[in-house]
Structure formats: C-alpha cells, structure tokens
Ligand binder design. Structure first.
Ligand SMILES: [Zn+2]
Length: 376
C-alpha cells in the first residue's frame, strides 16, 4: 500500500508496499515488452541497473507464448527471472495501436492479431484473467485509448465506457483473487484516467474512478503527440482530484525533463520505452544532455558514456569503443547503451528521491530541467 512520506510543493516522496517488495517513489519502471528488455538485457541485468519494477506487456505475452503457458511456468516473475514487483499493462494500448480491424462494443474489443491475423476478443474480464494468469504484482484496468486529437462527444462516451469497464475489471479481479489456483491472490488493480486533452472530462472521469477505491491511479492517453505544455496542464487539472493516499502513475512518459516536470506536479510512477529505444539508435542520456554516439567526434574519445556514471557499461567501456560497435553493427553496442540509459533513468529517479528527502527538490529541478533536454 502507498505511504506518503514527504511533500515539497505538489511533489511527493513515498513508499509503495507490495507482496513482491517495496518500491521507493518516485520510481521509473523498466519496460520488458515481451518479457525481455529490447537490446538483449535480461532481468538479471536489471538488478545491476537499480531497477525497482519490471513492466511487461499483456498483449504481447497473450499472443506469444500465451498467458496459459506463462501460468504453467510459474508466472511472469519466475518465467523472466525477476523476483521484484512486476506491473502488467491491460493490453488496451496495444489493441488500439498495433492490432488491425478492431471493433469496439460495450462488451470489449474484437481485433486481429498483428502476429498472425487471428481474431481475438478482449474485454475487461479477459484482460484481468490474462493478467491474473501472468501473476503480476499490479494489473492495469482495461481502457480505451482514444486517438489524439479526438472529438469531444466521442471522448465523453469513451470515458463513460472506460469507467464502466473499470467496475467490471474490479469485479473480475475480486472473483479471481479468491480462487485456489490463482498465482498472486494479492494482485493489485490500478484504474486509468482518460478524457483526451479535455480537462473537464478528465476531472469528471477522475472523480468517478476515485470513488471505486482502486489500489492506485494512472493517467493514460497522454504523450501521444500533444505538446508537453498541454500534458502538464492536464496533470495539473486532475491532480487535486487524485486520492492523496494512493500511488499515481503517468503512463508512457517520457523524456528525463518530462519526468522531472511530472514529479513536480505530483506523479509517483513512470514507464517509457524511450531509454531503450533511443539507446538502440545510438543515443545516450546524461545529466548534461543527450549524446549521439554515431557522431564522428567520438572516434578517439576514451571517456565513458557519462563521466562518473557507475553503470556496467561506463565501468569498462569508452565512447570510442561503443561508437565503433555501432558503426560495425555489433549487438553489444545496443546492449551497453541500453544498460547505460536504463541505469541513467533509475538513477535520475534516485536523485529525485534524495532531493525530496532533503527538502531540496525545487533546487534540483531548477538546476537540471534545462540541461536534461540538451543535445551534446
Ligand atoms: Zn553509464
């Protein structure tokens, strides 16, 4: 359960206790889409990277290898070799972004698998049953991710349906959590706030789902192409209506500066594919800004990716070596850079927590927010 330890302005320092371990917040969750971090990084590497929570994608694991298979193998934690907390998303985001030929009804969504085209139906009950089979620590409610920009009337109807879907998710989880063969009978459920970029819809929806007493609350449907200022405005609008005694998760966000801005507006939990995706394209994050390792200026640069970084890549390897690995198309280039970037994100959140502990968050924010967005 969430324990608020300290606040500075709207920023919160807290602890989130689960049956699989306690998470110090604010925290960044590391995305292992199909049970692995893209870039050949395993759950064993994550331990060295200050990772606290691994995130796995329900949609991907449902298609391959199948949640029934993962359950037979002891659940997603045993299967991937990660013994800390795991959050599974609901599959909603992928159903609405990856799958083809979808049809939305009150019961749920029928769609064609992006792997083999087979028709699949997923509604709130199916999503929760799959997540229960995966045995994650935290399950996410099944919601509709509306395209941005959206028509007001469509967004309003969609929000109402997503709220009804949350009630069904909750009922299904309550049913599953008392069954004898349920892998994690203590599985937690987070509700997701929607409403596109309409502040009134967001607030109305937040009030409605807050009344359902979920274990945590997420803000979904942001960072989908709207300007960052609009995203910050939406967070500020709904924050007063988010329960103070529950953990708050901003889904799919974002750059290091986005995270700093969102912590300052009262968010506790984050996830994003950016550290691993950018690393695979040769981009390394540092406190001074983002470095493009493909740049010719690194050819003879013997310094590590970031001076003073204690990640496994910076301990032993130079910019020049990693620059060469990218040029030569070696897999190791990606692995080392992904490890550095994940460590950077987890370490940044540790620095944020430390500044909150010391009542120095505002100073930390002012000193770093501009630098973090630079290209160096
Ligand atoms: Zn490093």
């Amino acid at each position: 359960m969430y324990k608020l330890l300290k606040t500075e302005g709207a920023a919160r320092r807290g602890e989130f206790e689960t049956v699989h371990g306690t998470v110090q917040t604010p925290a960044f969750m590391n995305v292992a889409t199909a049970g692995a971090i893209k870039g050949a990084v395993s759950a064993y590497d994550l331990r060295e990277l200050k990772c606290q929570v691994q995130l796995c994608n329900t949609y991907h694991l449902h298609l391959r290898p199948g949640d029934g298979t993962v359950k037979k193998l002891g659940g997603v934690r045993k299967f991937t070799g990660w013994d800390g907390p795991v959050l599974t998303d609901s599959g909603g985001f992928q159903v609405f972004s990856l799958a083809k030929l979808r049809r939305i009804r009150e019961e749920g969504v029928t769609f064609a698998s992006h792997v083999d085209g087979r028709r699949i139906f997923m509604g709130p009950e199916e999503s929760i049953r799959i997540q229960s089979n995966l045995g994650s620590t935290i399950a996410m409610a099944f919601d509709e991710c509306v395209e941005n920009p959206a028509e007001y009337a469509y967004a309003k109807n969609s929000c109402a349906r997503t709220a009804r879907w949350l009630e069904r998710c909750k009922a299904e989880m309550n049913r599953l959590n008392v069954l004898e063969d349920t892998l994690n009978p203590n599985q937690l459920l987070f509700g997701i706030n929607q409403g596109c970029t309409f502040a009134d819809l967001r607030i109305e929806h937040m009030k409605r789902i807050a009344a359902l007493d979920c274990d945590g609350y997420a803000i979904g449907g942001l960072a989908v192409g709207e300007p960052a200022e609009e995203m910050y405005h939406i967070i500020e609008s709904i924050e007063p209506f988010m329960p103070k005694d529950k953990i708050r998760y901003l889904m799919g966000v974002g750059t290091p500066a986005n995270i700093l801005e969102a912590v300052r507006r009262g968010v506790d939990l984050f996830d994003c594919v950016m550290p691993s995706r950018n690393a695979r394209h040769g981009h390394a994050f540092t406190m001074e800004g983002c470095r493009n390792l493909l740049n010719a200026k690194y050819e003879l640069d013997e310094a590590p990716l970031e001076e003073g970084c204690s990640c496994p890549a910076c301990q032993k390897f130079s910019r020049a070596y990693i620059h060469h690995l990218f040029k030569a198309g070696e897999m190791l280039a990606m692995r080392l850079t992904v490890m550095h970037n994940l460590f950077f994100y987890n370490n940044l959140l540790e620095k944020i927590r430390k500044s909150l502990d010391e009542g120095a968050f505002e100073g930390f924010y002012k000193e770093n927010v501009e630098k973090l967005s630079r290209r160096i």
